[in-house]
Design a protein around this ligand. Structure first.
Ligand code: GDP
Length: 473
């Protein structure tokens, strides 16, 4: 891999690779050229010999971690010799007891013996910088760890196995072939003939643009399937918004994630309807039974609706339609919205039914939004909600339909750039411009695709991507 990045350190790093909580087993990972010699300073075998340096690669040894004469823990040590390891360097993994105190003691001993504490994601960064994996596979590692649903897991697995890398590499191969051909022909016109070449090039480019377009088409759905649908719940006080939230959360006391170091404004909640993930925005106001619209005003409510992918508009079907209802309704125009006619258990009191709702709101027989009826108090109607969301976002079928889904915004933007550059080549051909006009756009497309897989990327981007990883990975 052609990375010439400054960020590479070749010192030996260590980190606790398992979760920072008490568990049966904990793993402390060491990587670098001195991994074996550093670990040998703090290890004795089960037969009380200091023989770690003779450890056969790709095997596991039983023994003890020691601090001088004091035994710190009974461990199993595995050794993977460079380049056949996760990082392509010598890697030692110490399987200790999984208590925080004991793992931290072992970590301290390693640090005292010559290791440096790894940065988040540094093991995977080394795997990338050493050329074992490309950037899409490195990103897939993080996505597998963070996967919150089956789709996220499966698409990340496919990405780790190279599906995006292979597509991108094959496109780049075709582009570089054409660039090389043009260059050779311009340098050596006697042996390379460019007559009729532009038509041939166009025939090659159009399928490539189509290929990228079809990848791009998968992106919006791919990202929503993987990361969830940004959802806002809206409606008048007492319509049943909190009840919807509770029904979705599955308990009276829904889980509220307070993102560390931030204010209450960014409290976000994630709920799941089977495999559909909803990222609920601005639920704090709803929880305190202050109404979103009353509290923040119509303008802010509009902003929230604009920010969301989905608007759940809860209406109390036993109350009369007021102007504010019509205002909210207007705010939702142009947005994927589901109207939830709530309190349908109170049959005799119903004033807004599915049939008359369009007339009440738009003065006609139809409205653009799907309408469902619920009794959120009794948690009834959630299946209809799920079906309505499936229709709106997944063409009525939750099963993945594409072979490859783009699930990463970075990939999406770069694919758009690449498609744009290839399109410019086609336009140059259509305008009968000379061949040297083609090369610059071909080269831009080649670079954009290269950035996806991590060729032609700068230190900053690499740092940014890996800093989001967890410790020990
Ligand atoms: P919010 O102000 O929009 O968050 O509304 P709440 O969820 O707090 O509900 C307001 C009141 O309506 C509460 O007393 C709920 O128990 C009641 N409520 C909510 N949903 C239903 C329902 O489906 N049927 C009935 N009968 N009452 C409901």
């Amino acid at each position: 891999m052609g990375n010439i990045l400054n960020s590479f350190n070749d010192d030996t790093i260590c980190a606790i690779a398992t979760a920072m909580s008490d568990a049966g087993i904990g793993i402390i990972r060491v990587s670098g050229k001195d991994a074996l010699s550093i670990c040998s300073k703090i290890y004795i075998s089960g037969k009380r010999e200091k023989d770690l340096l003779s450890h056969t690669p790709n095997s596991i040894k039983y023994g003890f971690i020691c601090d001088g004469d004091r035994i710190v823990d009974e461990v199993m040590i595995s050794y993977m010799k460079a380049p056949h390891s996760y990082t392509c360097e010598d890697v030692i993994e110490i399987n200790s007891h999984g208590g925080m105190l004991v793992m931290n003691e072992i970590l301290s001993l390693l640090l005292q013996s010559g290791c440096r504490l790894a940065e988040p994601g540094e093991f995977t960064k080394r795997a990338f910088l050493n050329g074992r994996i490309d950037l899409t596979k490195a990103e897939a590692v993080m996505d597998i760890i963070e996967a919150q649903n089956r789709f996220a897991l499966e698409s990340s697995r496919a990405q780790l196995s190279g599906n995006i890398y292979n597509e991108v590499t094959s496109l780049r191969k075709d582009i570089i072939y054409q660039m090389a051909y043009i260059e050779s022909a311009l340098d050596d016109p006697e042996n390379y003939d460019l007559t009729g070449y532009s038509d041939q090039l166009k025939d090659k480019l159009l399928p490539m643009i189509n290929k990228i377009s079809s990848l791009l088409k998968s992106a919006d759905e791919g990202m929503i399937r993987k990361d969830g649908i940004k959802t806002v719940i809206i409606g008048k006080p007492n319509a049943g918004k909190s009840s919807l939230l509770n029904a979705l959360s599955g308990s009276e006391r829904a889980i509220v994630t307070d993102i560390a170091g931030t204010t209450r404004d960014v409290i976000e909640e994630t709920v799941r309807l089977d495999d559909i993930v909803l990222n609920l925005i601005d639920t704090a106001g709803i929880r305190e039974t202050e109404d979103l619209i009353e509290k923040i005003g119509v303008d802010r409510a509009k902003e929230k609706i604009e920010e969301a992918d989905l608007c759940l508009y809860v209406l109390d079907s036993t109350s009369d339609v007021e102007d504010i209802d019509k205002d909210i309704f207007k705010l939702c125009e142009g947005k994927k919205t589901i109207v939830i006619l709530n309190k349908n258990d109170l049959t005799p009191e119903i004033k807004i039914s599915k049939d008359i709702l369009p007339m009440l709101f738009s003065g006609s027989d139809t409205i653009d939004f799907p309408v469902i009826t619920t009794s959120l108090l009794n948690r009834e109607g959630l299946d209809d909600l799920k079906a309505a969301i499936t229709d709106l976002f997944f063409n009525g079928d939750l099963a993945p339909k594409q072979e490859i889904y783009i699930t990463n915004l970075r990939h999406k933007k770069l694919l758009e750039e690449a498609a744009g550059s290839l399109q410019l080549v086609v336009e140059s051909i259509d305008k009968d411009l000379s061949e040297d006009f083609y090369t610059i756009d071909l080269s831009n497309a080649y670079s954009s695709l290269g950035e996806i897989i991590g060729e032609e990327v700068g230190d900053d981007l690499v740092e940014e991507i890996f800093s989001k990883f967890c410790m020990g990975k």
